[in-house]
Design a protein around this ligand. Sequence first.
Ligand SMILES: [Zn+2]
Ligand SMILES: [Zn+2]
Length: 417
Amino acid sequence: MLTYYMTSLGLIPYFTSRAVVPLFATAMIARLGPGFGPVADVLGVRLLASMPSWATSNTALLVLGFLAAVEVGAAKMPEVREILALTDTQLKAVAAFLFCFTMVRGNPADLVGHIQQVGLTTDLASGNSFAYVWSFVIGSVVWFGAAARNVVFNFLIDLDPDDDLGLQSLLSWLEDAIGFFGVLFAIIFPILALALAAMTLTCLWLIKRLIRRREEHAKIPCPDCSTPNAPCGPRCPGCQRFREQIMAVGVLGVIKATPAPDLSTHRLALLSRKRCAFCGDRFTDRRLDQTCPSCDTEAFESAQALETYLQHLRASLPKTLAILTCLSFIPLVGLIPGVVYYRLSLISSLRGYLPRTTGFIGRWLVRILNIGLIALQPIPLLGTLTLPLMCIVNFLIYQTLIKRQAQAAWARAPVLA
Ligand SMILES: [Zn+2]
Ligand SMILES: [Zn+2]
């Protein structure tokens, strides 16, 4: 029985990252482990082998395998990833619970029947062993762990909504691998896994606290009306007072420690980092016709304002292209920093104002064109044009999408036209 408690505790981190993938991994181990010499005698494998036979049947493996593939695929699409983030804590908790519950031969059908009859009452576990109650404990811990994980992920999404850095995709693949192979590790080395689980949960909790604290400390109270002011904001959203020390903004909208340049350039820089040109707060929507959550200022009050903004972006194009040409001289390796660079410095300023759906079509169009251009890379001389061409094509496509979006936005609100 000790193996059961240890294994279930050790598996917590894997369930906080994925719901179905660890279930699929455990079912696979339960099915194949006992027949595989080197691990057949490991306590955890013997424990899994005692799982009810329906849980390791061909049908169960097929269904779990299919659902795991869906889970992995869904996490690769930013559009789905954001929606998933709303429900996946519950899903992961239920998956972890079901795993423990099945391990102690609890019958999910009985449980569903009980809930249907009397609802979620406290006598749910009466007459059952402690091991049975334990599955609820594991489910709850996974719930909290998954919630903490989401705080960290949402922070990354807020910082880089379009994953221009590619960090979210990288983490997503890492989590898939960990969700599957971690389970194997936890079953073969339960004590090590237990220590790792404790460490992971503590780290997640600490990072979560750090992020919350950072959010609180980022703003400065206005000396006149004590409304929290973004350090990069030209004016106070509460009393409209002009602020004295205005800080510059850098990539991903991060506030720099250096003061901002002249005000009109700074206002355009704020907009290009998806921040309000009046108070410096972040815009939350993916639309052109939105107002600031702090001061109600419109992002772009007219078609003219948008044109000035696009002109500002076009003006920065030569500098970006020069840097990209330099990077082009490094074959293949220069490609990755080059793509990240033009996305962060230019494309994100357009893409951030496009709804997910428009961005989605645009993204695919851009991807196909990019692949074509990357094919040019190995050709001498022509290869050096790859990055600048990719940047120009990307910029033109997103600029067209923005203009189309603008027509739709201002058609909806004729007052602004
Ligand atoms: Zn104020
Ligand atoms: Zn504002």
